[in-house]
Each structure stands twice: as structure tokens, then as C-alpha cells.
Ligand binder design. Sequence first.
Ligand code: GDP
Ligand code: GDP
Length: 442
Amino acid sequence: MELEGVKKMANIVAIVGRPNVGKSTLFNRLTDSRKAIVDAESGVTRDRHYGKCEWNGLEFTVIDTGGYVKGSDDLFEGEIRKQVTLAIEEANVILFVLDVAEGITDDDKVVANILRRGKKKVFVISNKVDNHVRQGLSGEFYALGLGDPYNVSAISGSGTGDLLDDVVKALDSEVKEEVLDIPKFAIVGRPNVGKSSLVNALLGKERNIVTSIAGTTRDSINTRYTAFNHDFLLIDTAGIRRKSKVEEDLEFYSVMRSIRAIEDCDVVLLLLDATLGLESQDLNIFHLAEKNRKGIVILVNKWDLVEKTTNSTKEYEEKIRHKLAPFNDVPIIFTSALTKQRVLKAIEVAEKVNENRTRTIKTRHLNDVMLPIVEHSPPAAIKGKHVKIKFINQLPTHAPTFAFYCNLPQYVTEAYIRFLENRLRENFDFNGVPIQVFMRNK
Ligand code: GDP
Ligand code: GDP
């Protein structure tokens, strides 16, 4: 077995700052919150603190770290400190938001001190610069020692274009290490589900006893596994443990870590605790993986603790599938990291899902299979208009995407698109893989 570190790959921009400076307003401005609402309607995501931004052809992730801390209106200094420290570890670029009308407060100084010690690129955002008078006030922020302030009004959007130009330049200039051409599996799940135990079961030794020094980077917990004919990269979110008595703290950390790991991987191994079942936090992680169009395998861990009856596995599985719907064509494996039951099986299934995710169906074959189906069950006519699907192809994207060419794409309903997705899944193996179906004008 060979161990080897691999650098971070995803582009992540974190917004930090004390409460009420305008972080979430800026987040909405940068991430096109309109799109997030549309997503919420289709049930894909409800996450208001995590989104994508595209500028000058570069796509990156924006995280409002403040949004993940509950009751953030009266944050203690310690909370801000943790939030910012984690942002430094996880993000490539940090947007430090300040309120120009209030100037530098003690909390701002706390944030600035941590940011100066971290080695990440920081943009000082002088927010609420709604008019010319306020522009003059931003000069105060030079004193933070973090570079030129950017005059921004998150509410009106003014100044955000110049800011984004420079953010994109900073992301672009980052040296990204060559990524190995092997499957990358992320082990994610809530605290205590057994992530470290699973990693130890796989790697055969206690390698997750990492000291909880703030600022320890996560790079070292990406591990290459080459044994028993397997060759993959394990992206482990368990590695650094922090002592915290507060439940939502743990939740915040696991979300932040999961975001990075999910963006970096090909297949997500989502661990559940068999004694607890699938809960809303698990669903959040699941949707995050789905939204990023990563392969997904669900591991129901601690299965050794569940009292078995003849049908327990089947019933358990059905319950989970019901909660995952509509996207529930995913493998569900019952594991025990403690007894190593089905741990290797989980890896084999993840490899299969990775294969499914990279599958390309020949156009001829795709049309031979799907055209008779759409002829037999065409979209229902709307206002007397008949939709005719003429041709189908798979687009050359990194996750399976299919374009159905037709005369009136705007008349095709969500329900019919789901029907097409289900027929694709029946005829081709996309188990564990989110797929996209588009209607296009021919
Ligand atoms: P957060 O706690 O840092 O996420 O701050 P919010 O985004 O919730 O904003 C706090 C308050 O500042 C809200 O009342 C916002 O409407 C207001 N605000 C945010 N950005 C601006 C801005 O550019 N100009 C003005 N005048 N107010 C703003
Ligand atoms: P993490 O926070 O997700 O990394 O979880 P850990 O690997 O630290 O596990 C949390 C606790 O659950 C520890 O006490 C483990 O020994 C226990 N645990 C982990 N996996 C299993 C399992 O499959 N069966 C049982 N019975 N206990 C487990």
C-alpha cells in the first residue's frame, strides 16, 4: 500500500465577517439566489449558504460561513474565530466583509488577526458603500493590514464586478497540482457515524489520530489506496477532530468539510448510522452530492448494532429509498466498520458507480433504444401542440447528460423529463449516478 498526499482541487470562496456586515446579502448577490429558489422548488436544494458563481468563464463555489452558525446575531468571539479558521483551511480565497458605516470594531480586529496569520488570499470588502460620501470612509480599512479595500454595495451590486474580476484572477493563478487519473472517493457523513473507523478498517491502521491543532491542513488526509487490485484516492473528512460540546458546531464543521470533499471527488460514500436512520442532515449532504452530480453510494454503518429479523435489510432499504426519492437509484450497502463487514464490498460498489458515471452510450445505440420508447409514449399534447422527439445524444460532459432534440422543447413537462430519465436508467446502468436530461430545439 502506498500513501500519498494530493492537493486541493475545487475553487472555493468563503465569505467571513462578524454579524450584520452584509455577508448573506453579498452571498445572494454573487450566487444568483433566483436560481437557488428554482432549485428549491424541484427539491434539489434548500441550502441558502452554499452556491455557485460563474464569472469570466470560471465557475467557483461561494460559502457564507456565517450562515452555518445558528443565532449568529450575537456570536461570541470564539465562534467567529472558529468560523474564520475553518474558512482559511477550506477556502482558496476569502472575502472579509466589513460595514463602512460602522468602521472597524473589536470583532473585526479579531477576524483580521486570524486572516493575517492564515496564508490565504484575502479581499477586504468595504460593504454598504451605497453613495460617494461613503467611498471616502473606506480608507480606514487599510489599517487592517490586509490590502486595498474594495468598495461594494451588496444591496445594489455596485462594485461587485471589479471585485469578481480580481477574485477570478486570484483563483486562476493558484497552482493546481496535477490530479491523478484514478477514481476519487469521499467519505462523508455526520459526526460519529463511523467515518474514521471505516478509513481505519480500509487502511489497516490508526491513522486518524490527528492532533486538533487549528490550521492543520486537510491535504494530508487524502490517501491513495493501492491494494488487492484497487487503486483509488480516499478523501477523508473525518481526519481532524475538534472537541465541541455544541451540536450545531459539529454540524457546521461536517458541512464545511463535506462541501470540499464532495467537490473534489468522483463518488461520495455517504455514511449513515444504522441506529438512527436517514435524517435531514444526511439528506442535505445527499442533495449536495446530487447537485454536484457526483456518484453516490449509501453505507448504512453500524449494522452490527441492529437486531435482525428476516426482512430487516429489505425494509430498511425501502425506507431509505422512499426518503431519497425521486433520485433513489443508488446502491445501499449495510456495513460495519467495526467488524469490517462489507467494507471492501462498499469500495467495489463505489468503483462500479464511478464506471457508471463515466459511461458513454453510442449515439446509434441510444437512439435505437430510446426512439421507440418516445414514439410509443410521446409527451402529452399541450394546447393542441404535439412534441416530436427526433434525435438523442449524450453530451460530452463530465457527468451523464442527455439531449433530446425536438420541435417544441418548451412544451415538455418535468414529469415527462422524469419519465425519460427513468427509461434511461432502466436500459442503461446509471446506478448511483445523477443524470441530466435536456430538451433542445433541433
Ligand atoms: P450578515 O449578518 O453579515 O449576513 O448581514 P446581512 O446580509 O444579513 O445584512 C445585515 C443588514 O445590512 C441587512 O439589513 C441588510 O439589508 C444590510 N445591508 C447589507 N448590504 C448592504 C449594503 O450594501 N448597503 C446597505 N445600506 N445595507 C446593506
Ligand atoms: P466519525 O466521527 O464519523 O469519524 O466516527 P468514528 O469512526 O469516530 O466512530 C464513532 C463511534 O462509533 C466510535 O466509538 C466507533 O467505535 C463507533 N463505530 C464506528 N463504526 C461502527 C460500527 O460499524 N459498529 C459499531 N458497533 N460501532 C461503530
